[in-house]
Design a protein around this ligand. Sequence first.
Ligand code: NDP
Length: 281
Amino acid sequence: SVSAVRTRTLPSGDEIPALGQGTWFMGDDSRQRDDEIQALRLGLDLGMSLIDTAEMYGGGAAEELVGEAIAGRRDRVFLVSKVLPSNASKKGVISACERSLRRLGTDRLDLYLLHWRGGTPLAETLEGFAALTEAGKIRHWGVSNFDVADMDELLSLPGGSAVQTNQVLYNLMRRGIEWDLLPWARKRGLPIMAYSPIEQGRILHNPGLQSVAERHDATAAQVAIAWLLRQDGVVAIPKAGTPKHVEANRGALDLCLTDADLDTLDQVFPPPRGKKPLEII
Ligand code: NDP
């Protein structure tokens, strides 16, 4: 039997798994479709019940694939999607959400994020989120790729404090948020969703990471994910297109890094020593 998946608590009180599943690039290649659907379903079976998608991914193709993967088990999924900044006016966000719901084959999202900041005043997007919440089409909303100044501005707006998360680039190679954004979020009880937790695969060949993995008879991907999961208030959403990778990623929850491991990783991937603007992929 597998251990229960550790959870994080949103400001709303909802518990979400610390390890979820990303979907960028899923649905792009028809030859991989079956594997991707099986991967997402296995992830759900293993307790990785948060699925992260976006209207942007494949121009809707990823949402359609997710819809197929979760058909018949919608109630057991914490479903996250995102609106493009170009659709972030009050009216735009409402119709974008309705299109996403249609592709996903559901009547509500658990969490709807503004994918990144664009030209639309935040207050207008918040009005759209409020209307969608009122209509029961989204349960909660949040943001993505917001730096500290953006978060401060958001919280100064009417209704802004209802934000549930900020989804940002965070992994061993991208530790900038440890300087300010991560402590900012912790102080306010706001979980951070770490995207590209294994740097889209680019981190896997790092010798330092591999040496830590060898100590545990684990893989570099598992160490990179475990390093995120050990931190309070951090959710990781690796994208795995095969059942084999999903199973490996689930295994990262059972991997306990030692102080010596953490020291090694700090040497190879130094923490920030000052403010760095938020990085984005
Ligand atoms: P990840 O860091 O999750 O890396 C994905 C890559 O790693 C894929 O090539 C995958 O291969 C491979 N991989 C996954 N698991 C393993 C494993 N156990 N061993 C070896 N290789 C593995 O990158 P993403 O950019 O996809 O980030 C994750 C998710 O975060 C996205 O899918 C998306 O949902 C979200 N995101 C959000 C952004 C935002 O702006 N809000 C920006 C970027 C991402 P394979 O597919 O073959 O399994």
